[in-house]
Design a protein around this ligand. Structure first.
Ligand SMILES: [Fe+2]
Length: 281
């Protein structure tokens, strides 16, 4: 089956799969039922904000760390590849499909200590922004959440279906902690190449959200996340393109995905992670 969305008023159709089973839930707004942290913010009704992140991190430092990480992963996987002129924007010149999948196998689970930048400064900034103590510790898993370096080569699949992050915890563990999604553009994020989100979609009751459980199939690939077809009869998304040195902070209940790379010769790279409210001790 085909899935159609309006992204920035342009119709986008992706191929779903017979394996996707769409259902709706109860007449409840999960963001309200689980006391979403974002609802307490002045921008809580929209569910997202773009903030100047100069106090949170040094963009040059973060980009340098990611360049170093990717260069060494490529050098390790393929010792014969000359990585001297390597840059993030031209990443796709250094990898074929097989190599790319080997690289993202490593970059989808990185931890703060894998980077050199001052991540405590970043966590402190976000804690002040959202008015509570945040950290990487997922209180449901009792383990530290990872950071993803998301790499999208030009004109390739590999972006997530339209989804909500909370469903994995809701469906699998019957709980949704207070948390927030953070998305930081590193390179190739401009024009139509950003992150599409559906503002206000975290307030649509579940009986109006048609969606699968985790493990949806799109364009022949299986994804760990769920897939949402429509919400409140809507299928519209808006692409967010924060500038370098800015970041997008949004509710984990907000609908987002299909971050396609429309560039011809620039790889798109972003940092993605979630922070959780830490229990008071
Ligand atoms: Fe997500």
């Amino acid at each position: 089956m085909e899935l159609t969305y309006q992204i920035d008023q342009i119709a986008v159709t992706v191929q779903g799969d017979e394996a996707n089973e769409f259902t709706t839930g109860d007449a409840v707004v999960l963001a309200k039922a689980y006391d979403d942290l974002i609802l307490e913010q002045s921008w809580g009704a929209e569910g997202y904000t773009i903030v100047d992140a100069q106090e949170a991190f040094d963009f040059t430092e973060v980009k340098r760390d990611i360049t170093k990480i990717l260069r060494s992963i490529i050098a390790e996987l393929s010792p014969t590849t000359d990585v001297n002129g390597f840059s993030l924007e031209r990443y796709h010149h250094y990898v074929d499909d097989a190599m790319h999948y080997a690289v993202i196998g490593k970059t989808r689970r990185l931890y703060p200590q894998d980077f050199g930048f001052d991540e405590q400064r970043l966590v402190g900034f976000l804690s002040r922004l959202l008015g509570t103590d945040l950290g990487y510790m997922n209180p449901v898993f009792k383990a530290n959440q990872w950071i993803i370096v998301r790499i999208n080569r030009p004109h390739t699949v590999g972006y997530n279906p339209i989804h909500k992050d909370i469903y994995e915890l809701h469906d699998g563990f019957g709980d949704i902690p207070r948390m927030a999604n953070v998305w930081i553009p590193i390179c190739g994020v401009e024009g139509r190449t950003g992150l599409p989100i559906a503002p206000c979609s975290h307030l649509v009751p579940e009986d109006q959200v048609s969606r699968t459980k985790a493990g949806s199939v799109m364009e022949g690939q299986r994804y760990s996340v769920n897939c949402i077809e429509t919400w409140g009869g809507d299928n519209q998304l808006q692409t967010m393109c924060p500038n370098q040195g800015e970041m997008l902070v949004f509710s984990s209940h907000l609908i987002h995905g299909l971050g396609r790379n429309h560039h011809d010769d620039t790889t798109r790279i972003s940092l993605e992670f979630r922070l959780y409210e830490q229990a008071e001790n």
